[in-house]
Design a protein around this ligand. Structure first.
Ligand code: 0PR
Length: 395
């Protein structure tokens, strides 16, 4: 029951009443650790990252003369993200999320003269947003039946339209699939083109899985054509929202993101945003230092093992079909003969929150750290029973 009515009050309320109202509203929101948020790329941030965020949230990372330590933390974070991605002497910025990082990356490519943007069908919508905002030329590229960029089609399109920036995804939003960055890099170099890798989701898992022997391509800077990578701490990095990351190959490539700003003490500002919280930076720094390579590696394997167990279970059910074998902790499930939209409607009504796969009609599950194996196995049962009830209703 809400006690404070809508609208901007003439006379303010007592802080206790305001807080009581917020607690009330908080109770209505589904929570990662209590409810079944099984389709979102967000998770419950690690307690240490919340503490770190709170410590640095008041400091403006875009005012490095005053907030020197925040600025130093950011450069250390970028260096560490670069190490995860096999880069040395990289540059970059902590952003509000993958969208800002992707828009910044396409902007950088444009400023360096690459106005053709090759966009595979599986690319996240923030890439199309960037193409629209930046008035560059978006060129669609096909994907193969396993939802990887179609390398033949990519090469054909490059021959037809000329050099540009190729967007590849390491952990696609709908399927979790990983584009073959290694092969695409060779093609890009042959066509004087560059690559932006959107590893918003996969950046914190693929390099670790690779080291553990999972067959996945190198998604980072060891590939010659890769000039920038999006990698989001607020997804699998366990930092709070808003924490995105853009890592670029060199300070030279980063330069167009430095904007003159006469009134600022430094005379310039960095990135597409203005005032930027130090909270995200400190939180990411804390996570990287606390988990280290081994910690993220353990998490990666744990999530992947869970995902593969669920995939195996889906394979045993007649009414369900796995659309593609999972490469990262995302499952897309076809509920045979039933529209995913209808399944989602019912599931949400029952307190389960899976999403849609997007390109194909399927139910998407993202196995984030807060999602349990038992919970997922229970959801498989729920899916089957929803499918049965919809089929019964339609006959
Ligand atoms: N790149 C990829 C591959 C993504 O999957 C996403 C987000 C982004 C970029 C953009 O990241 P930001 O949302 O941080 O800007 N994909 C999620 C999705 O579409 C976004 C999301 C997350 C949606 C949590 C809902 C939600 O509850 O599923």
């Amino acid at each position: 029951m809400l006690a404070i009515p809508r609208g901007f009050p003439r006379k303010g309320y007592d802080w206790r009443d305001v807080l009581a109202e917020l607690y009330e509203r908080f109770m209505h929101e589904p929570k990662h650790l209590v409810n079944h948020i099984i389709g979102s790329m967000t998770t419950r941030p690690h307690p240490l990252s919340i503490e770190a965020y709170k410590l640095f949230m008041f400091f403006n990372a875009n005012d490095p003369l005053v907030f020197k330590e925040t600025s130093r933390l950011e450069s250390e974070v970028i260096e560490m993200l670069g190490e995860i991605l096999g880069g040395r002497n990289v540059s970059g910025i902590i952003t509000t999320g993958g969208t800002e990082a992707n828009i910044s990356a396409i902007y950088l490519a444009r400023e360096h003269g690459y106005e053709n943007v090759y966009v595979p069908l599986t690319a996240h919508n923030s890439i199309r947003k960037a193409v629209h905002l930046l008035r560059v030329r978006g060129i669609d590229v096909k994907v193969d039946e396993e939802f990887h960029v179609d390398l033949d089609d990519l090469e054909r399109k490059l021959e037809e339209h000329g050099p540009g920036v190729i967007v590849l995804t390491a952990g696609t939003t709908g399927f979790g699939t990983v584009d073959n960055v290694e092969e695409a890099s060779k093609i890009a170099s042959r066509h004087n083109s560059v690559i932006h890798v959107d590893a918003a989701f996969g950046g914190f898992i693929i390099p670790f899985l690779r080291e553990k022997g999972y067959r996945l391509p190198d998604i980072g800077f060891r590939n010659r054509a890769v000039v920038s990578v999006t990698i989001d701490p607020h997804k699998l990095g366990l930092a709070p929202i808003p924490s995105g990351g853009l890592v670029v190959r060199s300070s030279e490539w980063f330069k167009p993101l430095i904007f003159e700003s006469k009134y600022m003490p430094m005379g310039y500002q960095v990135g597409l945003g203005g005032t930027r919280t130090g909270g995200s930076i400190a939180a990411t720094w804390a996570m990287l230092k606390h988990f280290g390579w081994e910690g993220y590696s353990r998490l990666a394997v744990e999530l992947m093992e869970k995902t593969l167990k669920v995939a195996e279970e889906v394979g045993k059910r007649d009414s369900l079909r796995l659309v593609v074998k999972p490469e990262t902790p995302i499952l897309c499930i076809d509920v045979k003969g039933v529209e995913a939209r209808l399944v989602l409607e019912k599931a949400w009504g029952m307190g389960w929150y899976p999403y849609h796969c997007g390109l194909v009609d399927g139910v998407r599950i993202v196995v984030m750290p807060h999602v349990g194996l038992d919970e997922l196995l229970e959801f498989i049962e729920v899916l089957e029973s929803i499918a049965r009830s919809i089929k019964r209703g339609s006959t």
